[in-house]
Design a protein around this ligand. Sequence first.
Ligand code: PEP
Ligand code: MG
Length: 574
Amino acid sequence: MRIVLAGIGASRGMVLGRARLVQPSQFIIDETPLEPAEIEAEAARLQQALETAQSELRAIREKLHGALAREIGEFIDAHSMLLNDPELLTGLFDLVRRGRYRAGAALKLQRDRLAAVFEAMDDPYLRSRREDIDHVIGRVQSALARETSPAERQIAARVGTILVSDQIAPAEMTHLTAQGVLAAVCTGSSALSHSAILARSMRLPMIVGAHEALAVVHDDDLLLVDGDQGQVVVHPTAQDLARYRQHQRDAQREGRRLAELALAPTRTRDDCAIRLFANAELAGDVAQARANGADGIGLYRTEFLFLQRHHLPDEEEQFLAYRDLVLGMGGLPVTIRTLDLGADKADATGLALTTEPNPALGMRGVRLSMRRPALFATQMRAILRASAYGPIRILVPMVTNTIEMQATRRLIQICARDLRSEGHEVADQFDLGAMIEVPAAAIALPNLIRHIDFVAIGTNDLVQYTLAADRNNDALSELYDPLHPAILQLLSAIIRCGEKHAKPVSLCGEMASDARYTPLLLALGLTNFSMHSGALLEVRDAVSRCDRSRLRKLAPRLLRAEDRDALRRILAKA
Ligand code: PEP
Ligand code: MG
């Protein structure tokens, strides 16, 4: 029977595929004890599921290529090792043979036992390993629950799978496409989460906040995911499929139209030049940024380099990643943001303090870097070494005061001096910028701006901190409003302050990539936008339809507008 699930479209696109449920806690666990005659067959079923999980991991490993292969490979190897762990395996088969547990129940019990051991550990790094247990056991549970024949599984693999989960950790996102995942549906999460940001980067349609999904959807159900409408159709009808085919045709036509803009300059209707930069998290973003004519990288989120591994990347590893990024951009400016880890980003390195009571207000971004001077210096040395290969700008996240910027500039000077004396080539001069994402930094920008060379507005966080609405909590999505008058007034003040001091201002939060906001941002005076590279053409198209001088005249009225409707009415006059 056709069921429509409503959620929030976090990454656009329409996809047809088969469901794969990945939340171990949602599997129905049969707790009835085994009859003695069933024991060996159950042990064999468990063995089969373990082997399937191992071979899935091997298949992912083999398909990996490109710059991320090493990082993701390490992640997969760790899971593979865990699956082979004698303690885990002996425990599981003991539970089946001696305890008469069914395979699913044995997996659940073993997971709970190991999770308790990891959670009791003092070392935050070891404690964070608990997540791996969940992922590995979840994979075996999923293999166990798939009761389809190998032939059916092949067909399902051909249609592609749609992951249905409560949420997906950012570190998990990056290897979804290598697993043949076409789209993701989450019961929780939000469109501003880092996983959603990655999904947009990967052009992987994603629905978040589809609360009913795990209760309603079963493995191998046919799903139609509509990332534009924020809808999942379970068991779509012929009419839905016709709509899907029409969507494919329209998307292709629109894609061809936009492709013509790839090499066009970004200019408004009244011929004002606007600069569009790309945000980058993954190696593939660089190719797409160039293909879509980005003016450079406006934000490279280095934490993803850290999130995908189980050890801290050393100077050499970081240097190679930054150098490849700079070389990939062929002489265009690359803005590298220093580490923005915090307890809000699940972190495999164990660096973040996962037990902080208030992670979003805690030890994140530059605060964490300053608390760990050796770590900060390693990253800075790697960035400075990469500066020998092309223009680099350094961006500092979560800035609250001038002390943080002064300390960072001093660190740059010391690292540059040391590197030169060790014989490394380092650029003569660096632009140092601050992310303006804490209201205090936005309000006190006239003081801070003397200590920086450029400003990057991080609206994802600026909105959450100004409106006291968690960006990751979908229950607050109505309150989390980038068009709130307080936000527009802050944006306008930041842009004017940049103009007054002749320091470039860009906006690199998700707001910049939403073409519906382009006229408003132009009206407030923004000329530098940075967005995921998939949005560049659409925003260039939107810019070309705007008359900047007419829009600028509307700014005072827009800042007085009380709500969205009023904003719309004023903008309609441009
Ligand atoms: C922001 O806060 O707007 C931003 C660009 O940074 P992130 O989304 O990585 O927090
Ligand atoms: Mg931020």
